[in-house]
Design a protein around this ligand. Structure first.
Ligand code: ZN
Length: 195
């Protein structure tokens, strides 16, 4: 029988505030550093050919760099199709020998979810990517203790925390879209965007 919402454990408010504050601090630092490269709508665009939204990717690189991980441009984040493994999650965290985290994404699985809708596929890939960045930012110590291998299944709490991180970033990006619309006196369209 399916659980009711009330039966699901709740995350403690102080931890929620801590995650949101961490996400906001990283977002603000990213915005200050990449101001000229990404207009407010960038996280919600779908006119790119890359596997991951370029703004999301650069934000992820910014997060990894802020954690003090070196050689990130060429080793920290990569994408791999057709992930093996018993649990076919659409994305995974991996790390290489020097401890640098790597995000692996099963692009095929995402495509199969919405075979006719590339826009929806891109939204899913953005969310998965930000979710994994959330794990890197929030749960790096667990990663550090592992040898080179797939990151073991995280706890229920950690899984929720990574989604909170992801959606705080999406919320902040939507806020930028809404604010820029108001400042420019145009309908911003934030209400119809999501990712
Ligand atoms: Zn996760």
């Amino acid at each position: 029988m399916e659980m009711t919402l009330k039966q699901i454990p709740k995350i403690a408010p102080p931890r929620f505030a801590e995650i949101a504050a961490k996400a906001k601090s990283l977002w603000d630092g990213f915005v200050d550093n990449y101001n000229s490269q990404f207009p407010p709508q960038s996280l919600f665009r779908d006119d790119y050919r890359a596997t991951v939204n370029p703004m999301a990717l650069h934000f992820g690189l910014h997060c990894v760099k802020s954690l003090g991980i070196q050689r990130l441009e060429d080793t920290a984040i990569c994408l791999r199709q057709n992930l093996d493994g018993e649990q076919r999650a659409p994305s995974w965290l991996w790390k290489n020998e020097d401890g640098a985290p790597i995000i692996l994404m099963d692009v095929d699985q995402v495509t199969l979810s919405f075979p006719q809708n590339e826009k929806e596929q891109k939204k899913i890939r953005t969310r998965l990517f930000l979710h994994e960045i959330g794990h890197i930012v929030l749960h790096l110590s667990a990663l550090k203790n592992q040898r080179s291998a797939f990151h073991p299944g995280v706890s229920d709490d950690q899984e929720e925390e990574a989604w909170i991180f992801c959606n705080v970033i999406v919320g902040l990006a939507l806020g930028c879209v809404a604010r820029s619309g108001r400042l420019n006196n145009v309908i911003d369209g934030a209400w119809e965007k999501s990712c």
